[in-house]
Design a protein. Structure first.
Length: 86
């Protein structure tokens, strides 16, 4: 019988700049076996994801937010995520 792998660590990343997204994907690529990078184009999409997955398991180990995004800024998304308990 094989041992089950532990779940991957989840990193949520809200960024609307494609070049910055590529940079972060490259930085995390060496950790692809243990880290799952979940990208959103804006803070609104990230917050919708958090609401849809209210009982995130495992919880994200890191949330990276671009400050200047359309719809919901990184600052506003951070405030709302804190209220949600993340």
């Amino acid at each position: 019988m094989t041992k089950p792998y532990p779940p991957k660590s989840i990193v949520l990343y809200a960024e609307d700049d494609y070049d910055d997204l590529l940079l972060l994907q490259e930085a995390f690529s060496r950790y692809a076996d243990t880290v799952e990078l979940v990208h959103f184009d804006d803070g609104d999409q990230l917050l919708s994801y958090i609401q849809r997955h209210a009982s995130l398991d495992p919880l994200p180990c890191l949330i990276i937010l671009d400050i200047n995004m359309p719809l919901v800024s990184g600052k506003d998304a951070s405030k709302t995520a804190r209220i949600a308990g993340l």
